[in-house]
Design a protein around this ligand. Structure first.
Ligand code: FES
Length: 195
């Protein structure tokens, strides 16, 4: 073996040793962090379902919460909002929620929801993951029926989280698994497989 070979082997060994030490450091930091959380917070950090009380949510209002580190929107739609959902089907890329990965089967319907009044979607633009802004005001002059606007590259979604044609986002906002525990309580992250 030449001097060059020995040098190369030494560098290779050092690179592996550094990576292993770094990974061990991450685990060592993560374990105390998780064990410092209360049991419920720890379960949530690890992906447990999240309860969202909706008893005081008024029509037209939206709650933001986190599940598995993802932003989740829970919007209580008004009757007017719902009545505008069918106005712009021809401007939507996937009006009938045919991309199966973007919602559970029980959300493949006109409102993409278990109960028409409540929209539950991930607040993550399907282009590159920015958080879309709510633009719920209906503006007939701009042919805008209310929805979400992603300021990063201009993607638009309607009040069912359906993406417009001609924007960078390829698919509708994703609907997470969820179910109604009671009329005033939604559980995000767990369902019964049916509405
Ligand atoms: S991340 Fe939303 S449009 Fe690019």
């Amino acid at each position: 073996m030449t001097e060059d070979d020995l040098d190369r082997n030494r560098r290779h060994f050092l690179a592996i040793a550094t990576a292993v030490t770094g990974a061990a450091g991450v685990v060592a930091v993560a374990v105390p962090f998780l064990s410092s959380l209360k049991p419920s917070a720890r379960a949530q950090a690890l992906g447990a379902p999240v309860e969202v009380p909706i008893g005081s949510l008024q029509p037209g209002e939206m709650i933001r919460t986190l599940w598995r580190g993802k932003l989740i929107f829970v919007l209580r739609r008004t009757g007017v909002m719902l009545s505008h959902l069918q106005n712009h089907r021809d401007k939507l890329r996937d009006p009938d929620s045919e991309v199966v990965d973007q919602q559970p089967e029980y959300a493949v319907n006109e409102t993409r929801s278990v109960r028409p009044e409540y929209l539950v979607v991930e607040g993550s633009c399907t282009h590159l993951g920015c958080a879309p802004l709510d633009q719920f005001e209906i503006r007939p002059a701009d042919a805008w029926d209310g929805g979400f606007f992603c300021p990063c590259h201009g993607s638009k979604f309607d009040l069912a989280g359906r993406v417009s044609k001609g924007v960078p986002a390829p698919t509708n906002l994703r609907v997470p698994p969820y179910r109604f525990v009671r009329d005033d309580l939604i559980l995000i992250g767990q369902d019964t497989g049916a509405a």
